[in-house]
Design a binder for this molecule. Structure first.
Ligand SMILES: NC(=O)c1ccc[n+]([C@@H]2O[C@H](COP(=O)([O-])OP(=O)(O)OC[C@H]3O[C@@H](n4cnc5c(N)ncnc54)[C@H](OP(=O)(O)O)[C@@H]3O)[C@@H](O)[C@H]2O)c1
Length: 245
């Protein structure tokens, strides 16, 4: 299989890649912003099995750079079987309130660098009639909370965009998956107090693979977040405004 991973240095994406690397006989195109970190991921995957790995540095802040890299990868390696969109930044909400260039750049990364390749890959899947796309959203995208609405609203945009693509071209052969993890212990959250709600990236990866095998569309990981969010979404705005969550 040709497995394309954007944000391949992410702990979650890397844990996912490792599961397939162990099988061997896959071609990985790993895209990220830093060649050295990509090379390190590439070496780790190479040690796990007999795979071909292409680590490619891409500027995710530039739409044409991303599209050019994806098209080049399709031309040189071949059609994409599985695509993972994993790059992202846990925006600093306090800074985003005052530093508008920062807010802008966070949205370029968290929204545009996800939905533009998502659409490009969706068009590719439509042309070839099959493919699996996995977009990493977040439980933070379900409702605007005072502590993280810059990040949460970006994730919300991704959920809606992927839902639209799924509604447009999704079928049993073209699978568009939205992953909504809760708290995961990765470099992105290393500054946060690690409560019992935190899970490891390996657990998220294992669940995504299970979701692929079972034909899931939208996954809350761990699954108990589905029920927590069901309650949070159902709260009337006046009550939600008074909560400190
Ligand atoms: N950790 C959580 O609790 C959690 C929960 C829900 C959803 N998620 C989502 O899961 C995905 C993967 O995150 P993770 O938890 O695995 O964190 P991570 O290991 O810190 O990975 C973040 C990824 O985003 C890339 N990135 C960050 N800023 C970038 C920029 N300005 N330009 C290009 N790439 C940039 C990083 O590249 P470098 O390696 O080069 O820095 C890395 O590949 C993200 O979309 C995140 O929003 C995470």
């Amino acid at each position: 299989m040709h497995i394309l991973i954007l944000g391949a240095t992410s702990a979650i994406a890397h844990a996912f890649a490792k599961r397939y690397a162990k099988e061997g006989d896959h071609v990985f195109t790993l895209m990220g912003r830093n060649q050295q970190r990509l090379n390190a991921c590439s070496s780790e995957l190479s040690a796990l099995g007999n795979n071909v790995i292409h680590p490619i540095e891409v500027n995710f802040m530039n739409a044409s750079d991303i599209i050019h890299a994806i098209n080049k990868s399709i031309q040189s390696v071949g059609s994409i079987d599985i695509a993972v969109l994993a790059q992202g930044s846990l925006s600093d909400q306090e800074r985003a309130k005052k530093d508008f260039q920062y807010l802008h750049d966070e949205f370029i990364l968290n929204v545009m660098s996800m939905i533009i390749p998502a659409q490009c890959i969706a068009n590719h899947f439509k042309d070839r009639g099959c493919g699996i796309m996995i977009g990493i959203g977040s439980v933070a995208g379900e409702r605007g909370r005072k502590g993280n609405y810059a990040y949460g609203s970006a994730k919300s945009a991704i959920h809606t965009y992927l839902s639209g693509i799924r509604n447009d071209i999704g079928n049993e052969h073209i699978r568009i998956m939205t992953i909504k993890p809760g708290f995961v212990s990765t470099p992105m959250t290393s500054h946060l107090k690690q409560s019992s709600l935190f899970v490891k990236p390996e657990f998220i990866a294992k669940e995504i693979v299970r979701g692929i095998e079972q034909g899931q569309d939208v996954m809350y990981i761990p699954s108990y977040w589905r029920f927590i969010l069901m309650i949070i979404r159902a709260l009337p705005e006046k009550i939600f405004m008074k909560l400190n969550i």
